[in-house]
Design a protein around this ligand. Structure first.
Ligand SMILES: Nc1nc2c(c(=O)[nH]1)N[C@H]1C(S)=C(S)[C@@H](COP(=O)(O)OP(=O)(O)OC[C@H]3O[C@@H](n4cnc5c(N)ncnc54)[C@H](O)[C@@H]3O)O[C@H]1N2
Ligand code: MOO
Ligand SMILES: [Mg+2]
Length: 416
């Protein structure tokens, strides 16, 4: 029978997070092509190499003119200008516009020198006379009408994307527009995942009496991928300290970050708790004032982080969101490593409280323009099924009398 495993100093969630993220250092950077960079974190800032748009651009199909030439277009009067050029998209204007002249121009084409407005086709007419073509304009125009000036969106030298930015489809459009076909991003961390538990069967195995399928490892695999990491599945091992020790050692030597699930409480077979305590000098924490996941344990060995999550599926999920997610994000130098916190109104009473902060899986709904959070009907640490119905975690502070419908609450928004 073991003795000192019952004495654990509990840290607040924020304290535990601060301890673990100290060791989450950004990895090296690598060049990737545009088609591979969505969801990666930029390892360099992107500066506009030229103004965008690069030239004064027509925003209408019509005629490029000098606005002042339309000053007499009042009371139905038509002004006639000679058409001296035709500028389709992609062409370079051949002629400058001078008073009394116009160029036919299409949306997106470069506005010729001298023109300061584009009049749309709908307010014009044409006539031919002595081999020349004229456009008649029925509308008085202000200077700059229907022209998108060079640099309207960005000037040369402007900061386009900062380091640590999570690259999205909109970012890719801008990178492409600037001809940046490769970008520097942080390498994805290789995250080893393994489960401990003599009761665990592989997903493909038929159910046996007393056994369960290992559902935490595939859940963690998906969470690691969702966070931008590369998950390396190391299977499940029986509750054997020796075996766990060599597996942990190999994983720490080979991968960037190691996550385990199971065996961190005080039970006879809770080997991960024992394993971390063996080298208590490099333990970061083994108790956190949270539920589920109070037994979440972390250590640093040879500069690598080991996060031992609870085997209870709810605790495993919450432990990942609070501790693994910021670590994996910071290894990619994410500027926002933590999930966002929102304010919401509690949709139904929630009376389960104790002296630890509770992270209650819940569903968000917008009603009459306000955000409501509805706690899952069963949210015990051991419950698996309601994880899938949740898009947030309600943060229920400790030592409250319980919360009532209508109370303001903080929720941690889950991705997706
Ligand atoms: N005497 C005490 N008992 C327990 C305490 C305590 O403070 N004193 N804490 C309870 C709390 S809270 C939690 S949470 C659990 C933590 O358990 P462990 O992290 O040690 O995990 P296991 O014992 O290995 O398993 C718990 C539970 O989860 C199932 N499990 C484990 N691995 C998986 C997996 N990969 N996929 C799906 N399900 C898994 C396992 O079969 C057990 O049912 O301890 C309480 N006990
Ligand atoms: O650690 Mo347990 O998940 O607190 O309920
Ligand atoms: Mg246990």
């Amino acid at each position: 029978m073991k003795d000192n495993k019952f004495q654990r100093e509990a840290l607040q969630v924020k304290e535990a997070q601060a301890k673990i993220i100290k060791y989450a250092n950004p990895l090296e950077s690598e060049d990737v092509s545009l088609d591979e960079c969505c969801g990666r974190y930029l390892a360099e800032k992107v500066i506009a190499p030229h103004p965008f748009p690069a030239f004064n651009r027509s925003s209408m199909d019509g005629y490029a003119i000098i606005a002042g030439d339309t000053r007499n277009c009042v009371n139905g009067q038509v002004v006639w200008l000679e058409i001296v050029d035709n500028i389709p998209c992609g062409a370079v204007p051949a002629v400058d516009i001078t008073p009394g002249t116009a160029a036919r121009i299409m949306t997106g084409a470069q506005v010729p020198v001298g023109a300061d407005a584009v009049v749309m086709l709908e307010v014009t007419e044409r006539r031919e006379e002595e081999g020349k073509t004229y456009v008649g304009i029925r509308k008085k125009l202000e200077a700059n009408s229907n022209i998108t000036p060079q640099g309207f969106e960005l000037s040369q030298g402007d900061l386009v994307l900062p380091t640590g930015r999570l690259i999205s489809a909109g970012d890719i459009a801008v990178l492409a527009a600037f001809g940046l076909h490769t970008v520097k991003v942080y390498r994805r961390p290789k995250v080893a995942i393994f489960a401990t538990g003599t009761e665990l069967l592989e997903v493909h195995e038929p159910l046996e009496p007393g056994k369960i399928r290992n559902s935490n490892s595939p859940m963690l695999e998906a969470l690691v991928k969702e966070t931008g990491g590369v998950s390396v599945m190391l299977g499940a091992i029986v509750d054997d300290l020796e075996l766990a020790r060599s597996k942990v050692q190999m994983a720490l030597e080979t991968y960037d970050f190691v996550i385990t699930t199971g065996g961190v409480s005080v039970g006879d077979y809770d080997i991960m708790g024992d394993l971390v305590r063996e080298q208590s000098g490099n333990m970061l924490f083994n108790k956190v004032t949270m539920r589920p996941g109070s037994v979440t344990t972390a250590a640093v060995r040879g500069g690598k982080l080991l996060l031992a999550l609870s085997g209870n599926p709810g605790a495993c999920f919450v432990g990942f969101q609070l501790f693994a997610r910021p670590v994996i994000s910071l290894m990619q130098s994410a500027s926002k490593p933590f999930l966002p916190e929102w304010s919401a109104t509690l949709g139904t009473d929630y009376k389960r409280v104790n002296n630890f902060t509770r992270f209650v899986r819940a569903r968000l709904e917008i009603k009459d323009g306000s955000l409501f959070a509805y706690p899952a009907l069963i949210d015990e640490s051991s419950v698996t099924v309601t994880i899938k119905d949740s898009d947030c975690l309600i943060v229920v502070p400790p030592e409250e009398k319980g919360l009532s419908a209508g109370d303001k609450v903080t929720v941690i928004k889950l991705p997706g």
